[in-house]
Design a protein around this ligand. Structure first.
Ligand SMILES: Nc1ncnc2c1ncn2[C@@H]1O[C@H](COP(=O)(O)OP(=O)(O)OP(=O)(O)O)[C@@H](O)[C@H]1O
Ligand SMILES: [Mg+2]
Length: 296
């Protein structure tokens, strides 16, 4: 069965999208079959991987966007798969094994205008369709906005593992605290819809520090995060296997450049020491996630 993972923090801008896109790319490079869902109406992951021209077509027509599955009869998840999403300028497939289900700006309407059957919330509808695809993947990843509203609920309800990207600052710690609270509430709310084959409800399995500047000592923020994690473990509010990841992803301008180029860092052509270094961080992260899976 695919491992289903959401990256989430109630603090925005901590690196959820950058981490998930580069993690997905590193896993695909290892020969694993990876499906990435973009549940953030900002569409950052979708624009990044499709590049603007392909994404604009979907945004202008609505055809191919995740939003359409919430209008039964319009499309199914399978119709929305963009297989081997990363393409070169001539349409050549650059990263076989990485598929995307993209989003567009209209996903925001799910929060205010959705009038579906109240006995079937969007996350249940999504999960039913996801179960038909699961067997085809090793990893299913959900990029979420910094909240647990309707769109993120789809990812969280279906995921079994949550990893929390964090910057070494107080706001990331507050974001983690809020996340654990809201996650708990959502699981209570959605418990009656869970079935055994979905596996356990998504629990925090790890904290990943991101955008660490050279020469900056982050021992104190790590220690504060560790203390909070220990408290939550004692209260069984995070997984018993949860921990601060050893891998820290450094701050590197090539990460922002990769977004502009529409490529994950692994495919950015220019070889530089900076690229090698941050790419090694992403590769280590992929290995640590794989290894963590042995504990679950
Ligand atoms: N390791 C890094 N080095 C340098 N810049 C980074 C790194 N990781 C992320 N960034 C930059 O930080 C900004 C925020 O990152 P990102 O969009 O991944 O965060 P996010 O948590 O997904 O944000 P949001 O909450 O808006 O979805 C972006 O401009 C991104 O390019
Ligand atoms: Mg994001």
């Amino acid at each position: 069965m695919a491992r289903k993972i959401a990256l989430l923090n109630y603090k925005g801008g901590v690196g959820k999208t950058s981490l998930i896109v580069n993690l997905a790319a590193c896993l695909a490079r290892l020969g694993l079959r990876v499906l990435l869902f973009d549940f953030d109406t900002q569409s950052n992951a979708s624009i990044w991987l499709l590049r603007l021209e392909r994404w604009n077509k979907i945004n202008n027509t609505g055809v191919g966007a995740i939003f359409s599955i919430f209008y039964p009869g319009t499309a199914t998840l399978r119709d929305l798969l963009v297989r081997d999403v990363v393409e070169g300028k001539t349409g050549d497939k650059l990263l076989p094994g990485l598929d995307l289900v993209p989003t567009t700006f209209n996903l925001v309407d799910l929060e205010s205008e959705y009038e579906g059957d109240p006995r079937k919330p969007p996350y249940l509808l999504f999960n039913e369709q996801l179960r038909e695809l699961e067997g085809e993947y090793d990893f299913i990843l959900f990029d979420c906005p910094p909240n647990i509203l309707r769109a993120s609920q789809c990812g969280i309800f279906s995921a079994n593992e949550v990893y929390v990207p964090a910057n070494p600052d107080a706001l990331s710690l507050i974001g983690f605290t809020l996340l654990v609270e809201k996650l708990h509430k959502f699981h209570q709310l959605s418990a009656s819809f869970r079935v055994a084959e979905m596996g356990p409800p998504a629990a925090v399995e790890g904290i990943i520090f991101n955008s660490i500047k050279a020469g900056v000592d982050i021992e104190v923020p790590r220690m504060r995060m560790q203390l909070r994690m220990n408290q939550y473990k004692a209260q069984r509010r995070v997984a018993s296997t949860a921990r601060l990841f050893e891998t820290q992803v450094r701050d590197a301008t090539i990460v922002r450049r990769a977004v502009a180029l529409g490529l994950p860092v692994v495919l950015v052509g220019q070889e530089t020491e900076e690229k090698d270094n941050v790419l090694n961080d992403y590769r280590r992260l992929a290995q640590e996630i794989l290894k963590h899976g042995e504990l679950l």
